[in-house]
Design a protein around this ligand. Structure first.
Ligand SMILES: Cc1ncc(COP(=O)(O)O)c(C=O)c1O
Length: 370
C-alpha cells in the first residue's frame, strides 16, 4: 500500500542530493576506481576525524564491524560477551559466529543497557561488553567504562544507530576498543547499499581489521595473515558516504528539531511515553523516534488507516525466536518494550507539515480512545 506519509523516503533523499551524488558516482565509474581507492581512504580519514579516533576502516556492514572487532580482540570459543537483549539480532549473531557465548541483559527505561545489571552478570569467563547505543542515544558510558576497567574487559561499541551521538561531549564509537557503524541505507549516514565501518585508536586493531576484510591479506606484501573475509566497503559506496558525511551535522540538527516538534506536540497524552529522557550529558541523534503505549497495536492500525507508516523495533524478544537458540532470558523491560514500542516517521526529508500530520493523528487516536 502507498502511504500518504511513508516511514522513509529514499527517492526524495536522492533527489535532494542528485547533483552531488551523480557527480561522485560518475567520477568513480569513469575512472574505474572500484576497489580500495582514494574515495575509500578519504571516507575513512573523514569518518575518523568526525568520530574523534585515529583510524576508521570501511567495511561492508555493521554486522562485519562487530564480527571483525571481536576477532581483532581475540574473542572466541569459551568466552562470554555481555550485551543487551533489546538490540538488532546482528549484535548477538556476531558473538555467536565468533564461537563465544552471548550473555543478554536487560535494558532500562531509555532502552539501553541497564548498568545496575551489568556488574552482576560478569563471570570469570567474561571477556567483553558490547553496549548498544540504541535509537541514537548513547549508553551511560561513564558507568560502563568504569566497570570495564575494573574487570579488565574489552568494550566494543555497537554504534550502528548512533553516528554523531555524544555522551559528555564524546562521540559514539570513540570510547571502546572499537566503535561499530552501519551505513545501511536507512541509517543516519546511509549509503545506497550495505556498508559499515569500525573506528579505533588502536593501530594493531586497525591493521588486523584492514587485513581480515580483505581475506586476511596484507595488500603491500601479498602475505595472508589470517583466514579472513570478503567484506570491504566498496568504492562507490565510500564516495557516496564521504559526500553525505559533510551533510551529517545538518541532518542531525534536523532530526533533533523533528524530535523536539514531536516532544512538544505529543506531550500530555495519558498513556503515551515519549523518549524525553533526563540528562544534560546526552546528545541524542534520533535514528528512531520511539514512543511507548499499551495501545500499541491499535495506534499502529489507526495511523496506517490514516496513511502514516510506522515501524515496530522489535515485536518479540530475541530469545523467543527459537532458531536463535538463545535460551530463556529474564529481561522484563525488554519484554514490555516489545509489546509497547512504535517508531514514528523520522528522517531528514520530513517537513514540519508532515510532522504536524503525524502529531494530529496520534492526538486524534487518543481522542477516539477516550
Ligand atoms: C543496533 C544495530 N546493530 C547492528 C546492526 C547491523 O548493521 P548492518 O545491517 O549494517 O549489518 C544494526 C543494523 O540494523 C543495528 O541497528
Amino acid at each position: 500500500m502507498a502511504y500518504k506519509l511513508p516511514f522513509v523516503e529514499p527517492g526524495k533523499h536522492y533527489n535532494n542530493l542528485k547533483g552531488e551524488i551523480d557527480t561522485a558516482i560518475t567520477e568513480v565509474l569513469s575512472k574505474g576506481d572500484l576497489v580500495m581507492r582514494k574515495q575509500l581512504k578519504d571516507f575513512e580519514e573523514h569518518l575518523a576525524a568526525f568520530v574523534g579516533t585515529k583510524y576508521a576502516i570501511g567495511l561492508n556492514s555493521g554486522y562485519h564491524a562487530l564480527h571483525l572487532s571481536l576477532l581483532a580482540a581475540d574473542i572466541g570459543s569459551g568466552d562470554e560477551v555481555i550485551t543487551v537483549a533489546h538490540t538488532f539480532v546482528a549484535t548477538v549473531s556476531a558473538i555467536v559466529h565468533c564461537g563465544a557465548v552471548p550473555v543478554l541483559i536487560d535494558v532500562g527505561k531509555d532502552h539501553n543497557m541497564d548498568m545496575d545489571k551489568l556488574e552482576l552478570t560478569i563471570t570469570s569467563k567474561t571477556k567483553a561488553i558490547i553496549p548498544v547505543h540504541l535509537n541514537g542515544r548513547l549508553c551511560n558510558m561513564d558507568r560502563l567504562m568504569a566497570i570495564a576497567e575494573k574487570y579488565n574487559l574489552v568494550v566494543i561499541e555497537d554504534a550502528a544507530q548512533s553516528i554523531g551521538g555524544k555522551y559528555n561531549g564524546k562521540s559514539a564509537g570513540s570510547f571502546g576498543l572499537t566503535g561499530c557503524f552501519s551505513h545501511y541505507p536507512f541509517k543516519i549516514l546511509g549509503g545506497f547499499g550495505d556498508g559499515g565501518a569500525i573506528t579505533t585508536n588502536n593501530s594493531e586493531v586497525a591493521r588486523k581489521v584492514s587485513q581480515l576484510r580483505f581475506n586476511g591479506e596484507d595488500r603491500e606484501t601479498g602475505e595472508y595473515h589470517y583466514h579472513g573475509y570478503t567484506c570491504l566497503l566498496d568504492n562507490v559506496q565510500a564516495a557516496v558516504l564521504d559526500l553525505k558525511l559533510k551533510h551529517l551535522p545538518n541532518w542531525i540538527e534536523r532530526r533533533r528539531a523533528i524530535a523536539k516538534l514531536y516532544n512538544q506536540g505529543l506531550s500530555g497524552l495519558l498513556g503515551l511515553t515519549l523518549p524525553c529522557f533526563d540528562g544534560e550529558e546526552y546528545f541524542d541523534v534520533y535514528q528512531n523516534y520511539v514512543v511507548r503505549t499499551n495501545k500499541r497495536d491499535e495506534l499502529f492500525s489507526y495511523l496506517k488507516e490514516h496513511g502514516v507508516e510506522t515501524l515496530i523495533h522489535w515485536k518479540k524478544p530475541m530469545w523467543e525466536h527459537k532458531g536463535l537458540e538463545l535460551g530463556i532470558c529474564d529481561c522484563s523491560e525488554t519484554e514490555s518494550i516489545c509489546k509497547e514500542v512504535i517508531s514514528l516517521p523520522m528522517n531528514t526529508e520530513l517537513t514540519d507539515e508532515q510532522v504536524s500530520y503525524v502529531i494530529e493523528n496520534v492526538r486524534n487516536f487518543y481522542v477516539t480512545c477516550d
